[in-house]
Design a protein around this ligand. Structure first.
Ligand code: 5GP
Ligand code: ZN
Length: 113
């Protein structure tokens, strides 16, 4: 089981920022910005390039709805970044599709993630 599936199952503890039937968001263990939350589907999907298809693509919209909800709750009025690293060469270290929400002063810098 991948590290995010272990977090989803509760085998590895995490600080949750959001959860519903199909989406989980956790505070990143190694934050790169004052606000750094990782959103993932509960279903194990590898990457944006390998695993997303016509049948399961609705989950991406659900993740973006969840991001907007959390951003509103946290009062991120000055904007934020949503980052998806697709593939190891692009910096994806966990092979379970996820989207980083980054915000705060450092979250707006050019070099991150
Ligand atoms: P990636 O580099 O794959 O785009 O992002 C994976 C992210 O997951 C990294 O920012 C890393 O810090 C975070 N991460 C990896 N393992 C854990 C963990 O066990 N708990 C939490 N909260 N975050 C993790
Ligand atoms: Zn997984």
């Amino acid at each position: 089981m991948c590290v995010f599936c272990k977090i989803i199952s509760g085998e590895i503890p995490s600080k949750k920022a959001y959860e519903d039937d199909s989406v989980l968001a956790i505070y990143d263990i190694n934050p790169q910005a004052p606000v750094h939350i990782v959103f993932m589907p509960k279903q194990h999907i590898l990457t944006s390039a390998d695993g997303i298809n016509e049948e399961n693509c609705e989950i991406i919209g659900k993740i973006f709805v969840a991001i907007a909800k959390v951003a509103k709750e946290l009062g991120l009025k000055d904007g934020y970044r949503i980052i998806n690293n697709c593939g190891a060469a692009a910096g994806q270290t966990v092979a379970h599709i996820h989207f980083h929400l980054l915000a705060g002063k450092d979250g707006m810098s050019e070099h991150m993630i």
